[in-house]
Design a protein around this ligand. Structure first.
Ligand code: ASP
Length: 581
């Protein structure tokens, strides 16, 4: 018996046709002299029926949920009062003439429907059952269509998909490597790639012009809630381009990806400097679905009487303000609760100001700062009678970072984020370096192959901290969905970057020698990006977790609960790998 149709296919025009369906027993309704079965496969659900007098009725009575069966029989129209508009096949049913059990099933640990709540642990343990559920089938299908749209779009843009090794050498993304011991070379290891960074740059040196790959990357980090030890990137590299050319290509790609779910996204996307993002939103991945910018009110306090703020401003710090719409009419106790939350977020101090309907200024620093200065604050930030203004002071981006956390917290609480809205932005002009307290040296903010902005090169020696990079992140609704840069294509500049990073010539040679050598063989100017496929699909699917768009994810503790990895291996394997003494 071969299946003639899928379980999502039959319509009234099939009535009278003999069909064979195969699938899982989804639901059984035994009415004694009549049994209805819902048979399910990836394409849908079809109702089949066995009636009194049917030779198969007794055998159908022995079926249990999740048995795999084949049924053959004619398609019939359902009676008008039994139509099921929720099913695509809801106008018809199949009268079972013959039925074969293709495979029996153990009682599933949970029901294969959307309503039954199941813990994630159980879902991951029995992933094959979980993947049978409609929601997961939709997500995995969406992931496939997104990947396909990426391939179609980039092919049309002249990209070639080229594979790079998984048994590779440590790359410079800055995370910990997964290592693979070599059997043939005692004491030596391959590293699973944190990204194909050096290979894709070498492909540009090789004249491939435009490369992409939908590729697994591996980073052995202490996992945060929504990180995975292996994840998938849409990795791209292009020759003879500048930043704008990369943006144009990626914007067309993102448009193609959104097209998969029928959404139009306008391009060009907003461009925001790192400095603006940090100052106005307190983060380098601002959620721009709503405004609420953080404002600077330092000048109000520079010559004021409130010494704490005045001293901070004089010492080069700043005072920043966040207007919380509609929070101004809250009772004092509620405002105090808000301040407590700020302290929980790590704030040393947060103060508030509001102006009552009668125009009276109220504030937690009214006595020490004076009504006049606080009235100026309210005016400067344009706060209305219903608004509450929060103030914080600090060095650098400190105050903005605090208020930025608050901005998100309050927006989430007040429902200011329109889920349907897709706010895309490029964050540009990142610093090339950042200071590492632990290592007491400059480290690359992206990776050491990122090109500095040409106009900043003159500050390279004297003030390297102020040099900006030709690096960019793509941000969607407060998540970083991609990042990349224009690369250094000049061996001498690359050498001086290593020097600034205090990477010795020997160390550079040992770690990236093959790449530095390639760089000296005629390197086109080039740049690229890597986009996070898991995160993009999760956002399109409306899933908060990337695990729900991966077929076989690991837990937050990097464990595969279904396969049971990581696991121990036997002594013989360890000996072969020279790991056992
Ligand atoms: N390799 C970088 C990363 O994985 C992206 C890039 O620079 O293209 O973050």
């Amino acid at each position: 018996m071969m299946r003639t149709h899928t379980c999502g296919e039959l319509r009234p025009n099939h009535v009278g046709t003999d069909v064979v369906l195969m699938g899982w027993v989804h639901k059984i309704r035994d009415l004694g002299s009549l049994i209805f079965l819902d048979v399910r496969d990836r394409y849908g659900i079809t109702q089949v029926v066995a009636r009194e007098g049917d030779e198969v009725l007794t055998r159908v009575k022995h079926l249990r949920p999740e048995f795999v069966i084949a049924v053959a029989g004619p398609v019939e129209r359902r009676a008008d009062d039994t139509l099921n508009p929720k099913l695509k096949t809801g106008e018809v049913e199949v009268a079972i003439r013959t039925m074969t059990v293709l495979s029996e099933a153990r009682t599933p640990s949970f029901q294969i429907d959307e309503e039954t709540p199941v813990s994630e642990e159980v879902r991951l343990r029995y992933r094959y059952l979980d993947l049978r559920r409609l929601r997961m089938q939709r997500n995995i299908g969406l992931r496939h269509r997104v990947a396909l749209s990426v391939r179609t779009c980039l092919d049309a843009e002249g990209f070639w998909e080229i594979e790079t090794p998984l048994l590779a050498k440590s790359t410079p993304e800055g995370a910990r490597d997964y290592l693979v011991p070599s059997r043939l070379h005692a004491g030596k290891f391959y590293a699973l790639p944190q990204s194909p960074q050096l290979f894709k740059q070498i492909l540009m040196i090789s004249g491939m012009d435009r490369y992409f790959q939908i590729v697994k990357c591996f980073r052995d980090e202490d996992l945060r809630a929504d990180r995975q030890p292996e994840f998938t990137q849409i990795d791209m590299e292009m020759s003879f381009v500048d930043q704008e050319a990369v943006f144009g290509t990626v914007e067309r790609l993102i448009q193609a990806i959104f097209h998969v779910v029928g959404q139009q996204v306008p391009a060009p996307f907003l461009r925001l400097s790192y400095d603006d993002a940090m100052t106005r939103y307190g983060t380098d991945k601002p959620d721009l679905r709503f405004e609420m910018p953080i404002q600077d009110v330092s000048e109000v306090f520079r010559e004021g009487v409130f010494t704490v703020f005045r001293d901070l401003v004089v010492a080069g710090g700043s005072i920043r303000a966040l207007v919380v719409p509609g929070a101004g009419r809250q009772a004092r106790a509620q405002i105090d609760k808000l301040i407590d939350e700020a302290i929980a977020l790590g704030a040393k101090g947060l103060v508030w100001v509001r102006r009552s309907t009668e125009g009276v200024i109220q504030s937690s620093i009214l006595k020490v700062a004076g009504e006049q200065a606080l009235a100026r604050v309210v005016e400067t930030v344009g706060a209305g009678e219903d608004d509450l203004t929060l103030l914080a002071g600090g060095q650098g981006y400190e105050a903005s970072v605090l208020l930025g956390q608050f901005r998100l917290l309050l927006a989430r609480r007040e429902g200011l984020m329109d889920e349907g809205n897709k706010a895309l932005a490029w964050v540009v002009d990142f610093p090339l370096f950042e200071w590492s307290e632990t290592e007491q040296r400059l480290v690359s903010m992206h990776h050491p192959f990122t090109a500095p902005r040409t106009e900043d090169l003159k500050r390279f020696e004297d003030d390297p901290g102020s040099v900006r990079a030709q690096a960019y992140d793509l941000v969607l609704n407060g998540s970083e969905i991609g990042g990349g840069s224009i690369r250094i294509h000049d061996a001498a500049l690359q050498a001086s970057i290593f020097e600034l990073l205090q990477i010795s010539e020997d160390e550079a040679k040992a770690r990236f020698g093959f790449f530095l050598e390639a760089l000296q063989h005629g390197t086109p100017p080039h740049g690229g990006i890597a986009l996070g496929l898991d995160r993009i699909v999760a956002i399109l699917a409306g899933e908060p977790s990337i695990r729900d768009v991966m077929a076989f994810p690991k837990t937050a503790a990097a464990v595969d609960l279904m396969a049971g990895s990581p696991s121990t291996v036997d002594q013989r394997q360890l000996r072969e790998l020279h790991l056992d003494r």
